[in-house]
Design a binder for this molecule. Structure first.
Ligand code: SF4
Length: 437
């Protein structure tokens, strides 16, 4: 079992390069590996240039090479505007899309080489993200994982942790910001472990050495003047060091920590990292330093061996931790995962469903009461979808696709990607409502 691999050829002007960057960023975020050679990759994407005859010839030659070496080729970019020219020479290409058609490229990639989907740990929905966002981007900082959670096959699929050098990640972030991205979502399988594999080796960024380390990366990203959101962080002690950056407004006061459960027995069976940490105590201390901190997490109910008592512990933990956002999955065996061989009792389907419903009801009540406290506040909100003087956006406490929304009305027309101040005047279980000021 391996992750799908995409070989990428980028031709043309700086604008085309930005498109390539965006597509590669998305591919990485969805779990594709970027291959160095066409040969052996699952498919090739050629981002073409059609500005001059010579550029067109170069593009056609690059497509020909990809067809010969691999045979599964998706063409995008400026030459996509004249598909007949491409088809005439290379009738076998899988798909042709025009410049900046990220969504069509991703759809063609999904069709030719479906992404490897890991139900409990994927940040991306299996069908990919809905919007064609240009104002936010997922930035993947490492591949693979050193943990061995029993329900997960990612280490088998992608191998151990391989961190990208800090300078490499920062260069990608800088290019994204230059291309208009206003919010960077840092992702990996275990963001807090970033750099462990390379012993935090430094690399050169803007004439200074930056260590390949969670804190150092967060600090540098925090200087880029955009929203920086951290996903897949485990509650290790060194995470404490990042909280002051949140209190200072350098990175968003938001932590996505996949706790998955709260019962020590279940966490042990899950072989979760940091399962012995005293998470409630840690959360309390973080909130002391950064009172606005929003925590989002996911949980699995009905894991083999989960008793009513274990589940009760989870609900008690939820009551005590009062985290802002929580998603829940009913456990289903993942083919190839070790959890299937632990010899633990399966939880009956109706018990799983009942626990799921009880969990969601509890979280909904917590979410509703926390959101009510935001009424009257003025919050910065990034706009995801604008329709004249009304819009749908997100506060700093909400990540795209997985968290809640802020519904905005305004006196002036709003634009997607703008960050506006919104006075909150109403809330419900998951969303906020207010006026742009
Ligand atoms: S931390 Fe656990 S669940 Fe997440 S990728 Fe690694 S092994 Fe899988």
């Amino acid at each position: 079992m391996t992750a799908p691999r995409v070989s990428f050829v980028s031709l043309g002007c700086p604008k085309a390069l930005v498109d390539s960057e965006r597509i590669i960023t998305r591919l990485r975020a969805e779990g594709y590996e970027i291959a160095r050679k066409h040969d052996g990759a699952d498919l090739v994407v050629v981002n073409t240039c059609g500005f001059l005859d010579s550029a067109r010839d170069e593009s056609l030659a690059a497509i020909g090479e990809a067809m010969a070496d691999n045979g599964k080729v998706i063409v995008t970019g400026c030459m996509g505007a004249t598909p007949e020219l491409i088809r005439e020479k290379h009738p076998g290409v899988l798909a042709i899309t025009g410049p900046q058609a990220y969504e069509s490229v991703m759809a063609a990639v999904h069709e030719a080489a479906p992404p490897a989907h890991e139900p409990f740990v994927d940040l991306m929905p299996p069908q990919g993200v809905k919007l064609t966002p240009r104002h936010y981007a997922y930035l993947k900082i490492s591949e693979g994982c050193n943990n061995r959670c029993s329900f997960c096959i990612i280490p088998a699929l992608r191998g151990d942790l391989v961190s990208r050098p800090a300078a490499d990640v920062l260069r990608e972030a800088e290019r994204l910001v230059k291309a208009g991205v206003k919010e960077i979502l840092v992702i990996s399988q275990d963001t807090s472990a970033y750099g462990v594999d390379v012993k935090y080796a430094p690399s050169l960024w803007q004439e200074r050495e930056v260590r390949t380390k969670f804190l150092d990366l967060a600090r540098e990203l925090g200087e880029m003047g955009v929203w920086v959101r951290l996903h897949y962080v485990y509650p290790y002690p060194h995470v404490d060091e990042v909280i002051p950056l949140m209190a200072e407004g350098k990175v968003l006061p938001y932590l996505d920590i996949p706790f998955q459960h709260a019962s020590p027995a279940v966490l042990k069976n899950m072989r979760r990292p940091a399962h012995q940490e005293k998470t409630l105590e840690r959360i309390r201390r973080w909130r002391e330093i950064c009172p606005d901190l929003a925590i989002r997490s996911t949980f699995i109910v009905g894991f083999p061996g989960e008793t009513e008592e274990d589940f009760g512990e989870l609900l008690d933990w939820m009551d005590a931790a009062k985290i802002e956002r929580a998603g829940c999955f009913k456990y289903e065996p993942v083919a190839g995962a070790r959890a299937n061989e632990l010899g633990l009792d399966e939880v009956p389907e109706e018990t799983k469903t009942a626990r799921y419903d009880r969990f969601m009801a509890r979280q909904q009540a917590i979410s509703a009461s926390l959101l009510k406290k935001k009424i009257g506040r003025r919050l910065p909100v990034i706009i995801d979808e604008a329709h004249g003087t009304s819009a749908r956006g997100r506060s700093q406490f909400d990540a795209p696709e997985i968290d809640g929304a802020v519904h905005i009305s305004a006196r002036r027309p709003l634009r997607t990607g703008d960050i506006v101040t919104v006075k909150i005047d109403r809330s419900d279980a998951y969303d906020l409502f207010g006026q742009a000021v």
